[in-house]
Design a binder for this molecule. Sequence first.
Ligand SMILES: Cc1ncc(COP(=O)(O)O)c(C=O)c1O
Length: 485
Amino acid sequence: MTLQSLAPSQHLYEHVADRIRTLITEKTLQPGDRLPSVRKLHEQFSVSISTVLEAYRLLEDQGLIGARPQSGYFVKQSHLFTPDEPKQSALPKHNFPVEVSLAYRVGVTMRDPNKVKLGAAVPGLELLPIATLNRLMSQIIRTHSEAVHSYSIAKGCESLHHEVAKRLIDAGCSINPNEIVITNGTTEAVYLSLRAVTKPGDTVAIESPCYYGILEALESLHLKALELPTHPQEGISLDHLEAALEHRQIAACALVPNFSNPLGSCMSDVNKQHLVTLLNQYDIPLIEDDIYGDLHFEGTRPKAVKAFDTEGRVLYCASASKTLSPGLRVGWSVPGRYQLKIEQLKMAMNWMTSIASQLTVAAFLGNGGYDRHLRQLRRAYQSQIIRMTQAVCDYFPAETKVTRPSGGYVLWLELSNEFEAMALYEEALDHQISVAPGVMFSPSGNYANCLRLNCGLPWTPEIDRAMQTLGYLTKRQLARKMLNE
Ligand SMILES: Cc1ncc(COP(=O)(O)O)c(C=O)c1O
């Protein structure tokens, strides 16, 4: 074994861990197999003993391997480490008006601090650079003591426009800072975008299942949703989208092309280019929610669809909520040809975003620590996804299908058709656990047998117990159904 294909951004121990993980996921090393001794790997990889030990510790944290006293490290006994993935979703039989009171009710319980938060897609606060952000904010309040209390222009602070434009280079976008409008999170960017390109009664093409925040925006703007089949790896089916564009009146598309929520799918560059070609051909705007784009586990950051947009039809939306702080409410929109409209709507909505928040995010992005922070965050989210998948294998029914996202931090579970995720949701609340039932992600009421799990929180014995409980409740529900048949 050699370490030839090292990506420059990783620590050496992470490279070693990656190589061993590949051997395990590709089943070269099987559950129960003994791993090479620390000394042997040290010689084979020409790395220090402490590097190998650190790599093994990382894999232990990810639940892939365990140490046995006097015997070394072994691949953990998990007969199903790579469970089957759900298939591409089907076209709904009927389209219903978007009605998301359930999403609101579930959303409230998902954020209850007394519950184990496996429902809402929240990051673990301990993973966020809160101390640095607080220090930067204190400095900003001291040095801009009056400006932070004033009104500014709707599109936001120049320093943040510059930092966001620099970050967007990684997403393949050459954006002039002037083209950016700062918003209160991605939520507002998406809402304003929908408002800018549609009128009540219009139909918007969406992924199925779809992030319920987009559904909430559609409902409040009196828009109809056209749910289109979506593949857990490849994203929305472009064949179905093309057929819909040809045969129906579609006013816009609203998609999460990179690490969608809840499926975790990531469209290829070829598909992104094809999507833009379709948008141009049918003269349709795309609202692109790229909130998870920076959170890829391997390789380089996936490009945004915006990177392929030469005609200004893509309204790009993202924020610092999943990487720095959801509470600062700093997001951005690159609305292309709709910029003036978005600026006017932003002003009508709430005039501007908090200056203290904007300057804090700008300072963090500008001080050079963001890339290092992202590297740690991606590792943490990847570990948590692996750990959670492991727990699903250990505690849930064997036939449970689980997505394999290559970024972001949510998992989507599909159980047998008899399973009622809503009933599990109610029961789990009694055990102080919140989950997101699948029906929240579909206006046509699909996915009653599916569940989304948040993997944003670092693994703890409490989460382990919560997963055991969920697995137990799921199996009990299915067993009772079978007995009553
Ligand atoms: C796909 C997606 N878009 C937007 C949001 C909300 O973003 P923000 O907090 O920046 O408004 C979330 C949060 O879970 C999300 O998953």
